[in-house]
Design a protein around this ligand. Structure first.
Ligand SMILES: NCc1[nH]cc(CCC(=O)O)c1CC(=O)O
Length: 312
């Protein structure tokens, strides 16, 4: 590999910069002759901070401006949280690499130090994620859900300043920023099924850029790619356009690829959840079939109801 410069596009949040620097160091480790630079790009999701994301609507709130820079050639690759990636990638771009995944589960951080099942009746739990609030309410209908946005630091501060009893965050972000000591409880996926792609990174590249394709190839982790692409195939089949409480989490073991998927009413009253196993090389087919199975169980009606409410 000849030298030259590779420019990584990233958001400017602490977590985004951590992730972009991780990719930068990984590339430098494999290709010491390359100069790697970061270019910080502000996205719409960074500018609209006071509105719940479900209300802002629109897909790719945290990725669109970065994808434009990639298409324009202002950057050579982009690093995103896989969870923030819409199901469809713009024409001309592709997922160049998916590095090994961090812990995919969600964590609970409580002020009292009590775990979820010991929180006092009516406790105030901060989250703006419909997926998290729906599953919290399914387990504990007595809880009060309080909207909570902003980057990780802001959310941790709001635990005290907004007199919340608990907040729910992705383990991956907390761990990457060295804040794992704040975690009260890692939520088992039987209670809180993670978001599709949670904990994984997405290295997005131009489709016709063999130089960059070979630079990022060494960062790709095949088991993670299979697991995550299965989850995304599931989401892709279900997504009706707006933010909905959909969760999906896959893993590979000696039986092959098992994907668990869930669609839930926002108030947690009605939850459809199933798991499906297939060959690990066919994870996307498993994802598609699991989506069909949930639709056959009535997931389509839940999603339609949510879309109708969102339009009002
Ligand atoms: N929606 C913001 C976002 N995008 C990715 C992560 C966490 C890290 C990850 O899933 O890789 C977070 C923060 C959170 O949900 O707590």
């Amino acid at each position: 590999m000849a030298g030259g410069t590779v420019t990584i596009g990233t958001r400017g949040s602490q977590l985004a910069l951590w992730q972009a620097n991780w990719v930068k160091n990984a590339i430098s480790g494999h290709h010491p002759e390359i100069t790697v630079e970061l270019a910080i790009i502000k996205t719409r999701g960074d500018k609209i901070l006071d509105v719940p994301l479900a209300k802002v609507g629109g897909k790719g709130l945290f990725v669109k401006e970065i994808e434009e820079a990639l298409l324009d050639g202002r950057i050579d690759l982009a690093v995103h949280s896989m969870k923030d990636m819409p199901a469809d990638i713009p024409h001309g771009l592709c997922i160049g690499a998916i590095p090994e995944r961090e812990e995919p589960r969600d964590v609970l951080i409580t002020r009292s130090g009590r775990p979820l099942d010991q929180l006092k009746k009516g406790s105030r739990v901060g989250t703006s994620s419909l997926r998290r609030s729906a599953q919290l309410l399914h387990a504990r209908p007595d809880l009060t859900i309080v909207p909570l946005r902003g980057n990780l630091d802001t959310r941790l501060k709001k635990l005290a300043s907004e007199s919340l009893d608990a907040i729910v965050l992705a383990a991956a972000g907390i761990r990457r920023l060295g804040l794992a000591d704040r975690i009260t409880q890692t939520l088992d996926e039987s209670i809180m099924l993670p978001a599709v792609g949670q904990g994984a990174l997405c290295i997005e590249t131009r489709e016709k850029d063999p130089r960059i394709a070979s630079v990022v190839a060494a960062l790709d982790d095949l088991p993670t790619r299979r697991v995550v692409m299965g989850e995304r195939a599931f989401l892709n089949r279900l997504e009706g356009g707006c933010q909905v409480p959909i969760a999906g989490h896959g893993h590979i073991d000696e039986k092959g690829y098992t994907l668990t998927g869930l669609v839930c009413d926002v108030d947690g009253s009605h939850q459809i959840k199933q798991a499906l196993t297939g060959p690990e090389a066919g994870s996307e087919k498993v994802g598609l079939e699991l989506a069909e199975a949930l639709l056959a169980e009535g997931a389509g009606e839940i999603l339609e109801r949510l879309n109708a409410d969102a339009k009002q």
